[in-house]
Ligand binder design. Structure first.
Ligand SMILES: [Zn+2]
Length: 95
């Protein structure tokens, strides 16, 4: 099951918001073919950069993170969870 399968739920929306931040900084990669979100051994510094961006988006009420309703900690938690759960290679690379 890809991460995108649960995006219709509320927690799925939070996940999508967190994913958007990670994709913006390059912490996560989205395969253009299978749409899997992966993390390609992103350095720890990129995680900090991603959290800084999350902070800016929450502070500026960016619509991409509107679902967390100002809850920066929840957004950061979600980013870390996705990073831990994200596979190294997407589905089509594993075939
Ligand atoms: Zn793929």
């Amino acid at each position: 099951m890809g991460l995108f399968d649960i995006f219709s739920t509320n927690s799925g929306k939070r996940r999508r918001a967190a994913t958007a931040v990670g994709l913006e900084t390059g912490l996560f990669q989205e395969c253009p073919v299978c749409r899997d979100v992966t993390e390609k051994q992103a350095p720890e510094s990129l995680l900090r950069e991603t959290e800084a961006l999350a902070e800016r988006w929450v502070a500026s009420r960016d619509e991409r993170v509107a679902v967390v309703d100002g809850d920066l900690e929840a957004l950061k938690r979600e980013i870390r969870e996705i990073k831990q759960a994200a596979p190294f290679d997407c589905t089509c690379e594993r075939i």
